[in-house]
Design a protein around this ligand. Sequence first.
Ligand code: NAP
Length: 282
Amino acid sequence: MNRFCLIGHPLGHSVSPEIQQKLFRLNGLSGEYILREIVPGELGGKIAELQSFDGFNITIPYKKEIIPFLNGVSEKAGIYESVNTVKNENGRLIGYNTDAEGFRRALAAFSLPLEGRVLLCGAGGVASTIACTALQNGCALTVAARNFEKAAAFCDGLRSRFPGKIIEPSFLKTVSGRFDLVVNATPAGMLHYNNENPVPEPVLRAAGGVFDTVYNPAQTPLLQRAGELGIKCGGGMPMLVWQAAAAQEIWLGVRFRDADIEQICREMQSKLGLSNTPSGKR
Ligand code: NAP
């Protein structure tokens, strides 16, 4: 039986094992997919154990930290400086980035084009992959964060990898303009985090489309408001499921049909629930 795992910290609420098992079943496969929590500072000591798996996924906070321990990375993962999928190729650990594929496939599922002017809210891990994907697509990028210095440093890091591209930092509360696509890459609106819409109303009113990476709940305050305004929009569940599917495509050479992925998204969404019950404001 194929053996896979997810490494990260913390992993308590991860729905990845359930998604991976649903994906295995679609191709009539049986596989093991377990959670391997690694406390910060101990990643290096766990590499030998990880060699016993056929592959593994990586989440916060190790997507960058894993790279020096690998035998190679795909071109995209190298440019993105982010690895979320590793394949064990006869003892050689090769890193890939399937978050970008998940993002692309999710936008396609909602018929949201990745072109023109893109506003990216947030300057953390998922924002980094989305920024690189947008820039590779030729988009002009504005990165808005609640801390302007963080947005500026994030943009400086991008400019060195994407010279000549339009990349501008902004302060999230005061960002303005008309964007073809607005992406929330902050946890704002996430269950047990807060129930805030991070996008200023004038920006939202003028937006061509909205994508929220948050997948729990399905209907975030941002998506609810975008819907009220009649703006085309979608949430993060297809991104989560497609990045998992893309990992299995790399590990196992399998392929997935859109309709099957949509069905898994529906199942996961109904399991997680549709509403946001905040338990704090951060
Ligand atoms: P991260 O690395 O911790 O980055 C979070 C970013 O959001 C930081 O820029 C942070 O700013 C900002 N932020 C946090 N709280 C905020 C608030 N209340 N208002 C405005 N900005 C805020 O996290 P990440 O890995 O990028 O993940 C971010 C979110 O993306 C997750 O919470 C999850 O919902 C979603 N996500 C979805 C998928 C998917 O497949 N759909 C995958 C990964 C993540 P500071 O630096 O100032 O704290």
